[in-house]
Design a protein around this ligand. Structure first.
Ligand code: ADP
Ligand code: NI
Length: 215
């Protein structure tokens, strides 16, 4: 594995994500990268593909780029080619970036390469627990959404389009996504980490409602 390529990718991503919303910034990428390496230790996989995919997976999130779902692939391909990465590595990394997203889970291939399973788990772990809660409220604030409205109930089983358009209140995002993630983990290690983070979110919600009602 070329450490040089990894270092250059880190610099590239840091620069690209300058000024990004705090839930999708370099620190999110760094956490996903570290979690990916941790999970990868227990799996048989191509570590270079895992690391590159983790580093590049949010290089151009469609949410922040007018819905363009091909931009991240284009930017990543151009970057990796300019670094003279091997074509078969580039192909695997692009496949992962294309298929990692929660909102695309309905269109996913049936069998996922282990490298995709790992990075997807790491990305999903960063969406739950204390960090997940913080990211979700930060995103809601960024969008100027309400934190909570007891009159609006969450919409389960949303289509991809409904999910993307949702500017509902932040507490509903827990029911529409965050609390579903524990059961969607691919690897054994991620399932274990998710269990504890999931419990923490349940406790948070419990406390939130108690304080809301001023009991
Ligand atoms: P993916 O990129 O896997 O499809 P999203 O981009 O929808 O997933 O979500 C990434 C993170 O952004 C979520 O885990 C959450 O923290 C935040 N987020 C996305 N949509 C919302 C929303 N409607 N309300 C609050 N937070 C959101
Ligand atoms: Ni991400």
């Amino acid at each position: 594995m070329s450490q040089n390529l990894i270092q250059n990718t880190i610099s590239f991503v840091k620069e690209k994500l300058e000024g990004a919303e705090a839930g999708h910034d370099w620190f999110h990428i760094e956490r996903v990268w570290k979690l990916s390496k941790k999970i990868a230790e227990l799996e048989t996989c191509d570590l270079e593909v895992v690391e590159l995919s983790a580093l590049l997976h949010d290089i151009a999130d469609p949410k922040f780029h007018g819905g363009d779902e091909t931009l991240a692939l284009k930017i990543s391909q151009e970057f990796l080619e300019s670094e003279n990465a091997e074509p078969q590595i580039i192909e695997q990394v692009l496949f992962i970036i294309k298929n990692i997203s929660f909102k695309n889970r309905g269109e996913m291939p049936a069998i996922l390469p282990v490298e995709l399973q790992i990075v997807q788990d790491a990305d999903r772990l960063d969406a739950i627990g204390a960090i997940g809660i913080a990211r979700t409220f930060n995103f809601g604030g960024f969008k100027n959404n309400l934190m909570y409205d007891p009159e609006i109930s969450p919409k389960l089983n949303q289509t991809k389009n409904e999910y993307k358009k949702s500017n509902g209140m932040t507490i509903n995002h827990f029911y529409e996504k965050l609390l579903l993630l524990k059961d969607l983990m691919n690897t054994k290690e991620a399932k274990k980490i998710a269990e504890q983070r999931h419990q923490f979110m349940l406790e948070f919600l419990d406390q939130f409602y108690k304080e809301w009602k001023v009991e």
